[in-house]
Design a protein around this ligand. Structure first.
Ligand SMILES: Cc1ncc(COP(=O)(O)O)c(C=O)c1O
Length: 461
């Protein structure tokens, strides 16, 4: 169906019209805020195609409430950090206690050691830890550390990866002659020098053993490879063989293996993806859950490599610093979150896994039976719906990154879902948290089914 015809169907569609009317009618304050905020360069990932974003006023447990008073089941979860649910009591208590003592010292406090201990205990590769403020900083520092330690200049990055917003993290893939064994690099952002792409990065294919030989051939230039053990772009938990292969090749070639655990850390297992698969990286990067909902990043890893941060590595010392690194609020929130997770890990993780799998399985069965062009990919409680029936082995197979043929139907689907009071972030990567009840998960499933049917009734697929 061509785009113009789809647009017509949206305009004509009874359900399309009704949902727009309903959503606009109940989000007037959001509309006013949008107009007020015109002079601010906002980083708003609009949730759905309304004339205005939905602005949030408060959140609690598994829900968020917007400025107009509408309450939604939230699957954004702060883009991943909120694993226990919004406003968790243990974290709130820790923050309140810290509030009385002060919120920024610059100089270190004992809490940095406490959170560092919790991280080194949980992360299989962590002998030492440094803190930063974001996952972006963590991956940037890990790459710098790998270059300094090895004396080599290039970092291998994988297609369909996300490692944050710095210049070394935004190389996306195009492919040669329809094969995913040789991805070509293309920046996902203007303003980055080609020198970075050509001289400091090397693009590798994810879930494709061709990567092994590429590493072997380039081992003299490659300081490290960095990857997510389960990519945000195609969440799954069947990557063990691929990761083990990479672990073996890296050891064989003296190339460092950096696992980006910014999302998977404390999410798929208390020990992150390394704990889940039983595979140890040389360095791992953390963020999100580690900060209990406050800004954080961390690099953890082998003591001999981490020595480049402290100067124990002599001449190879690298710069690492920042005003808010190890700030008290991030530390105490992180300690509270990790302590809770550690104590309840035998119940929290199986329950998150079960809820995420039930959601994915029920929706995937429903889509298959009814021939809806959609599927959910999930790594336990982290999930991403893709609007295509074709199987997805890796990011290479994903058709709807830049507007696949079901793009409009997808947008329409999320409008209906919002109308059913389920909010999914604009980037579509979604999370179940511990505060989501079985009934919440059932409500998400029912709302998704309702939304598929509403879109089909309008003739969009
Ligand atoms: C896998 C991964 N690495 C790094 C980052 C960057 O983290 P931050 O947004 O805290 O800079 C993200 C953020 O979503 C991520 O998903």
């Amino acid at each position: 169906m061509d785009a113009a015809r789809v647009e017509e169907l949206i305009l004509e569609g009874k359900n399309s019209q009704e949902i727009r009317k309903k959503l606009k009618g109940r989000t007037q304050k959001s509309y006013e805020i949008k107009n007020k905020g015109k002079k601010v360069a906002q980083e708003v990932i609009s949730t759905v195609k309304l004339p205005h974003p939905i602005y949030i006023d408060s959140a609690s447990g598994g829900t968020m409430t917007d400025v107009d008073g509408n309450t939604y089941i939230d699957t954004t979860m702060g883009f991943g950090p909120i694993i226990l649910g919004h406003n968790h009591e243990a974290i709130k208590d820790a923050l309140n206690a810290q509030m009385e003592k002060g919120w920024l010292f610059g100089l270190p406090a004992d809490q940095q050691f406490e959170l560092g201990e919790l991280l080194t205990e949980a992360s299989p590769c962590a002998e030492e830890v440094i803190f930063a403020n974001t996952g972006t900083e963590a991956t940037m520092y890990a790459m710098r550390a790998a270059r300094a330690f090895s004396g080599k200049s290039k970092i291998g990055v994988f297609d369909s990866a996300y490692h944050g917003g710095h210049d070394y993290a935004l190389l996306f893939a195009t492919y040669e002659e329809g094969t995913n064994s040789k991805p070509n690099g293309m920046y996902a952002s203007a303003g980055i020098s080609n020198v970075i792409k050509d001289e400091t990065l090397m693009l590798l294919p994810y879930r494709n053993e061709a990567a092994y030989d590429m590493i072997r051939k380039n081992k003299d230039d490659l300081a490290a490879i960095i990857l997510e053990g389960s990519q945000n772009s195609n969440p799954r938990l069947n990557n063990k063989d691929f990761l083990q292969g990479l672990r073996d090749v890296c050891t064989e070639c003296d190339v460092l293996l950096i696992l980006d655990e910014v999302v998977t850390g404390f999410r798929v297992d208390y020990g992150g993806i390394q704990g889940y698969y039983g595979i140890k990286a040389d360095l791992a990067t953390y963020g999100k859950i580690l900060g209990g909902g406050f800004p954080i990043g961390a690099v953890a890893g082998r003591e001999d490599i981490m020595a480049v941060f402290s100067g124990k590595g002599g001449e190879r010392r690298i710069f690492h610093g920042g005003t808010f690194n190890g700030n008290p609020f991030s530390m105490v929130a992180g300690i509270a979150a990790l302590s809770y997770l550690k104590e309840h890990k035998d119940t929290v993780y199986p329950s998150l896994m079960e809820k995420g799998n039930r959601l994915a399985n029920e929706i995937n069965d429903f889509c298959e039976k009814n021939d809806y062009p959609a599927q959910i990919l999930n790594a336990g409680s982290k999930f991403h719906m893709k609007f295509q029936r074709e199987p997805i082995n890796s990011g290479f197979d994903i058709k709807n990154y830049y507007g696949g043929k079901h793009k409009q139907a997808e947008n329409e689907f999320y409008l209906h879902l919002l109308g059913q009071d389920v909010i999914v972030p604009g980037v579509r990567l979604s999370f179940i948290c511990d505060a989501h009840t079985d009934d919440d998960v059932s409500k998400i499933i029912d709302s998704m089914k309702y939304s598929f049917n509403a879109v089909r009734e309008d003739g969009l697929f």
